[in-house]
Write a protein that binds this ligand. Structure first.
Ligand code: NAD
Ligand code: UFG
Length: 353
């Protein structure tokens, strides 16, 4: 691909589905700061448009939002006809493991069938550069760690299976139609927030994930953390994960975007740090960062949990020139800045000064 063509493509708008959400909003900010025009498509089922207003404030550039659903074929055809879209970052989807066990059809309809609709519309419109938010959950219960991309996959819940199915759909599509360029990004455990304290993770209801729960305990919204099991076969008996700063993750998407603009075909990479930390290590790091106590009680193991999971991140470095840079101290400091300045998240939305 010649330089001229690449430069012209670099100016084409990036469609960001789910761009008002946690990872999407941080990535939209990174795109704007790197000079990419963006268009967000989000049905706001798990997000607030306020996130994008704050992104615009930080970037000083517009982050236009179309409120709509990836399953709405007519809306997609219209959007693709009106805008010069060059590539897609596809974050939109449902992500709660427990909910997926209770309502599997919602997950298959939204995540799998929804992605199918989106891909069909994109193909028709000639937009064939696509980056997908997959998850380390596709590995299921790891045989060994660290997890290399060629490790056995086999997710253990409907959410994970929905991600796995989309991965297979994308690989089949790239094999059938070689002009598609597809990046499959398997995120490990995204945490933290932008250093401005203006955007961050804003879960509805009781957080399912560790770090938003810890942050809410530190800020006084909840009394104590329940640690799911103290007898795992790990150094301190609590679960070990590969926590990755959401700003590093956002940079990973920029690198993947450059790659799908330069090469056809499909690739799959882990986005993780390559290091594992236990629940108690994260709790203590958060206490240091916030200066607040995080009381906890060890409770029963959570159904479906695994002992430990961390990435082999070498392929992302080889293929994308990307590696995670921020450690758990920064993850906790930035999460605390967001949580303490926005104790109720985007609700009540007057942006703090
Ligand atoms: P999020 O819920 O904050 O963002 C998802 C966004 O998609 C939300 O803004 C939601 O309103 C939107 N959305 C959902 N269904 C939609 C639809 N049918 N049409 C249009 N918009 C829709 O979640 P997140 O943490 O930012 O995750 C983004 C992506 O990354 C998801 O696909 C998720 O499965 C994946 N992922 C997340 C994690 C994690 O721990 N956060 C880990 C691995 C993978
Ligand atoms: N944990 C607790 N108490 C809590 C919440 C979590 O002790 O209140 C523990 C868990 O048992 C686990 C660790 O904290 O050991 C991390 O749990 P999370 O729920 O934050 O993250 P998971 O690794 O279970 O799963 C997350 C996402 C999945 C995604 C996966 C990818 O929820 O969607 O990371 O690696 F697929």
């Amino acid at each position: 691909m010649g330089d001229g063509r690449q430069a012209a493509q670099a100016r084409a708008t990036v469609l960001v589905t789910g761009g008002a959400g946690y990872i999407g909003s941080h990535t939209v900010l990174a795109l704007l700061q790197a000079g990419w025009p963006v268009l967000v498509l989000d049905n706001l089922c798990n997000a607030s448009a306020e996130s994008l207003r704050r992104v615009e404030r930080i970037a000083g550039r517009p982050a236009p939002l179309v409120v709509g659903d990836i399953r709405d074929e007519a809306l997609l055809d219209d959007l693709l006809a009106r805008h010069q879209i060059g590539s897609v970052l596809h974050f939109a989807g449902l992500k709660a493991v427990g909910e997926s066990v209770a309502r599997p059809l919602d997950y298959y309809a939204n995540n799998v069938a929804g992605t199918g609709v989106l891909l069909r519309c994109l193909g028709r419109a000639g937009v064939r550069r696509f980056v997908f938010s997959s998850s380390a959950t596709v590995y299921g219960d790891p045989e060994t760690v660290p997890l290399h991309e060629e490790a056995r996959t086999g997710p253990t819940n409907p959410y994970g299976r929905s991600k796995w199915m989309v991965e297979m759909m994308l690989e089949d599509l790239a094999a059938a139609e070689p002009d598609w360029a597809v990046g499959i990004l398997r995120y490990f455990n995204p945490v933290g927030a932008h250093e401005s304290g203006l955007i961050g993770e804003d879960p509805a209801g009781i957080p399912n994930n560790l770090m938003p729960f810890v942050a809410q305990v530190a800020v006084g919204r909840r009394e104590h953390l329940g640690v799911f099991g103290g007898d795992w076969p790990t150094a301190d008996g609590t679960g070990v994960r590969d926590y990755i700063h959401v700003v590093d993750l956002a940079r990973g998407h920029l690198a993947a975007l450059e790659r799908v603009h330069a090469h056809a075909g499909a690739f799959t990479v882990n986005l993780g740090t390559g290091k594992g930390f236990s629940v108690l290590e994260m709790v203590h790091a958060f206490e240091r960062a916030s200066g607040r106590p995080v009381p906890y009680r060890v409770v029963e193991r959570r159904a479906g949990d695994i002992a430990e999971c961390w990435a082999d991140p070498r392929r992302a470095l080889e293929l994308l020139g990307w590696r995670a840079e921020l450690g758990i101290e920064r993850m906790c400091e930035d999460a605390w800045r967001w949580q303490s300045r926005n104790p109720d998240g985007y609700r009540g939305a007057t942006a703090p000064g």
